[in-house]
Design a protein around this ligand. Structure first.
Ligand code: FMN
Length: 363
């Protein structure tokens, strides 16, 4: 098999092919990386500070790992604000993913608060730029399985083992995710999964043809542990099971191996080895709905983690307008916008992604 390094491959997948490159560790410090990733995921103290709660919030999924959020502590609440300096206009021109990422963080924060005897009630205030207020007044403690899964959840962009999820797992996933006016449409029939896969590949092809998309993606790639540690953000190749390469070589390798055919093979393999797909559809095509789709996804991914499953996004089909329209038709959604597309199944644990320090995100 020729070496393959593909879009979400430097970010995501193709590990077997890329391993053929055997480019070594390029002197980067993976021990320091592992220590940083593990410190971030240290247990939440019994009596957490605002900083502890924010740390758990930032462990949430977020587009390109840009971490487009800021947190403001009040007397008995935390406000999550959008950080537009970290938006990704090429892949996310209307800031849909940005608000979904805030929803992911809000869900983590809410679960962490509830686990430590704080209300955790979330209110999205659509005024101005939009913000979420998470109430931290005293309440009965509820340490849920979803809370316990927060440090272990990750996006796993590699092939899974092809086994289906059990009926009980499917029920738990659907019940965890179907909240906040969001429908979580579970797809496990192979024919339907392949129809979505075709849209993912077509969307991916269009993104590869878009120089602005590629330039933006490259800016967020981190090809080795040192690069990821320097910024504490972005898409670290090792977190997708790929080899680490020097900074200077990264863009060259990316250009060489990021091809439409390589990507198509990868996504076909990723979908065919997944237990199923889930499409999140909020009741409103507005920041409040996008935020709720993020909350629902985060619950889904945490429930999957708690159940020994893993997951990854396949959002090309909702990012490119033509494919999004096709997905609407395929799923019979009428005018409702499909927000996020995710695959799930069983796969190994990969190195975890980093986050910026809490001090960098508190205002
Ligand atoms: C709204 C949103 C959109 C995302 N889109 C994609 C995507 O299209 N492809 C992908 O591989 N990952 C996608 N991700 C996953 C992020 O890249 C990932 O959450 C981030 O790198 C942090 O890694 P972690 O999830 O392992 O903590 C998305 C995440 C969010 C919240």
């Amino acid at each position: 098999m020729p070496p393959r390094l593909t879009r979400r491959a430097v970010i995501g997948g193709g590990a077997a092919g890329v391993a053929a490159l055997t480019l070594g560790s390029c002197g980067s410090d993976s021990t320091a990386y592992d220590a940083a990733a593990s410190d971030l995921r240290a247990p939440l103290p019994d009596t957490p500070t605002m900083q502890d709660l924010v740390r758990f919030a930032t462990l949430a999924a977020n587009g390109h790992n840009t971490q487009p959020w800021r947190f403001r502590a009040g007397a008995s609440d935390l406000t999550i604000l959008p950080d537009f300096s970290r938006h990704t206009p090429a892949v996310d021109p209307d800031d849909h993913h940005l608000y979904a990422s805030l929803g992911c963080a809000a869900e983590n924060l809410s679960l962490a608060a509830q686990a430590r005897g704080l209300s955790g009630e979330v209110r999205f205030d659509a005024a101005g730029d939009g913000q979420a207020i998470v109430d931290l007044s005293t309440a009965p403690a509820d340490e849920s399985a979803l809370f316990r899964a927060i440090p272990a959840r990750q996006s796993s962009r590699i092939a899974y083992d092809g086994r289906p999820a059990s009926g009980e797992q499917m029920t738990r996933l659907a019940s965890a995710a179907g909240r906040y006016g969001v429908d979580a449409l579970m797809i496990t029939a192979r024919k339907e999964m392949e129809a979505v896969q075709a849209l993912v590949i077509e969307g991916n092809n269009r993104q590869i043809d878009d120089p602005a998309f590629i330039a933006e993606l490259k800016a967020w790639l981190r090809f080795n542990p040192d690069a990821a540690l320097r910024t504490g953000d972005g898409l670290y190749s090792g977190a997708s099971g790929n080899p680490t390469i020097p900074d200077w070589l990264g863009p060259i390798v990316f250009e060489l191996f990021f091809t439409k055919s390589g990507e198509a093979d990868k996504y076909a393999q990723h979908v065919s080895t997944s237990a199923g797909l889930v499409v999140f559809v909020a009741d409103r095509d507005a920041p409040a709905g996008w935020f709720n789709a993020g909350r629902a996804y985060q619950r889904f991914a945490l429930q999957a983690t708690a159940d020994g499953l893993t997951s990854a996004f396949l959002n090309q089909t909702v990012e490119v307008p033509a494919q999004r329209t096709e997905l609407q038709t395929l799923l019979g959604l009428g005018a409702r916008r499909p927000n996020l597309v995710v695959r799930f199944g069983r796969g190994p644990v990969l190195p975890y992604s980093l986050r910026r320090p809490v001090s960098a995100v508190m205002v």
